[in-house]
Design a protein around this ligand. Structure first.
Ligand code: UN1
Length: 477
């Protein structure tokens, strides 16, 4: 099997190979991927530093052409790359292809942004003086991405970083190097100069740590666990570098008595279980007012029974496997904790076998849960959700906001009054009305508050906040 190598200073370089395993079928090896050492990471940082002066001053047409070519190739290869994604991560083929299209669209968006870079010219408060406000690239950017969106999250960090003239050291999640390798290969062939983009696949404790420890990495963007995010923050404060964190969620989805039942069930099932519940925007707390509670739970049960859990690549599969054994253990541990805490496991929650050896778990729905239980407070990151019964809208809002996290928050209602009030008062970065808490657009800001996020928003025009530094220049005319 050919070894997929790391890219450092424009050269593909080897290293120990690690097998990338298909979670739908652990006998299937997706490919061999080189594991970078701390020395490789240092060489990658040095290469990015050396490439920065030229790339930061490169012409916007050059950047536009590379990003546009990349977008075109990703979109032209959407079926193949979507299949690779589903094979290495385990979300369904439809989800894998959809995510690949989104990655292509993100590159298209930032290709366009290269042609719209602008500053401001404003009068000084002192007559005769002009003031220019411009944005300059942040420098060498460290990009660390999680396993659950193997192509979209790399795309939404790589594309703006390049658009605004930064150079990059990129460490994708160890579990899913395939899509990241493919994007880097595409960008490299699209004509990026040597050293502008360096790929260092491997362990967080080795490669990630080398990035955190380097004074030459001027900004780090991270999506992943809260625990690792805190380490990124502490190390970044030490080096006085910019950092941006997207971490956990415990997103509420409120269902009010006046909701359209089928809209509520569709949005709740999607939020809780699609992509096997492995999204930081997933909803695992379904907060339901008492007038609709029993009808809602019964309808959820019917819908869950119809969900096909199987090989991600099989047509007809609705829910693919959990990503690996340790995540499956975490999911089943939380299912046991929920039962011990006194919640009722109303549907699912069994580990099941299929034709191939994989990490298959039936989506689990608890009822009679309270917001104080650990299953309601801690992020599980699997297809496990709990229904919390409340009296009325006011209690629903209070429970929705009673969480350490604040990424996304949803409500199902036909009341304009409650929808409006919820949009204003939900303590979250994103609010969804009659829509799932997960599944966001690529051209508008993404991010949360409280323990979910830190730093400027990602995506759309707002991405410039992180990837650039503002300069204010005064000139006596
Ligand atoms: C989405 O819900 O469409 O890691 C995106 C995550 C998020 C991305 C969610 N950063 O799950």
């Amino acid at each position: 099997m050919t070894l997929h190598q790391n890219l450092i200073a424009g050269e593909w370089v080897g290293g120990d190979g690690v097998a990338n395993i298909n979670p739908s079928n652990t006998d299937d090896v997706v490919g061999e991927y080189a594991r970078a050492s701390a020395e490789d990471a240092k060489a990658a940082i040095a290469a990015a530093k050396a490439a920065f002066p030229a790339w930061s001053r490169s012409g916007i047409l050059e950047r536009h052409a590379i990003l546009k070519k990349t977008a075109d190739e990703i979109l032209a290869r959407k079926d193949e790359l979507g299949r690779l994604l589903s094979r290495e991560e385990g979300k369904t083929l439809a989800e894998g292809i959809g995510e690949t299209v989104r990655a292509g669209q993100i590159f298209e968006f930032f290709a366009g942004e290269t042609l719209r870079l602008a500053g401001e010219v404003v009068p000084s408060v002192r007559p005769g003086i002009g003031v220019e406000i411009t944005r300059e690239p942040a420098g060498v950017v460290g990009i660390i991405t999680p396993w659950n969106f193997p192509i979209a999250i790399p795309a939404w960090k790589l594309a703006p970083a390049l658009c605004y003239g930064n150079t990059i050291v990129f460490k994708p999640a160890e579990l899913v190097p395939g899509c990241s390798w493919a994007i880097v290969d595409i960008l490299h062939r699209a004509g990026l100069p040597k050293g502008v983009l360096n790929l260092v696949m491997g362990k967080g404790s080795v490669v990630g740590q080398a990035m955190l420890d380097s004074p030459d990495v001027q900004a780090i963007t991270f999506t992943g666990s809260t625990a690792t995010g805190k380490r990124v923050a502490v190390a970044s404060v030490e080096h006085n570098r910019k950092y941006q964190l997207e971490m956990g969620g415990k997103n509420p989805f409120v269902v009010l008595d006046d909701a359209d039942l089928s809209v509520a069930v569709e949005a709740a099932v999607n939020s809780a279980f699609f992509s096997t519940g492995q999204r930081c925007t997933a909803s695992s707390r379904i907060i339901v007012t008492e007038g609709i509670h029993d009808r809602f739970v019964a309808a959820m049960g019917e819908r869950i029974k119809g969900l096909v859990v199987d090989d991600a690549l099989k047509p007809g599969t609705h829910i693919g496997p959990v990503v690996d054994q340790s995540q499956l253990n975490q999911d089943t541990d939380y299912i046991a904790i929920g039962k011990q805490e006194g919640a009722k496991l109303a549907f699912g929650g069994e580990v099941i076998s299929r034709d191939t050896p994989g990490f298959y778990l039936q989506p689990a729905l608890f009822t009679e849960a309270t917001n104080e239980m650990r299953i309601s407070r801690e992020e599980i990151f699997g297809p496990v959700a709990a229904v919390i019964r409340v009296k009325d809208y006011d209690e629903a809002l209070a429970v929705a906001n009673d969480t350490p996290f604040g990424l996304s928050s949803g409500i199902a209602t036909t009341s304009l009054k409650h929808a409006t009030h919820f949009k204003r008062n939900a303590e979250a970065g994103m609010v969804m009305v009659n829509l799932p808490t997960a599944g966001v657009d690529f051209h508008v800001p993404f991010g949360g508050r409280k323990a979910s996020s830190y730093g400027p928003r990602e995506q759309g025009k707002y991405a410039a906040e992180f990837y650039t530094n503002v300069k204010t220049a005064y000139t006596l005319a």
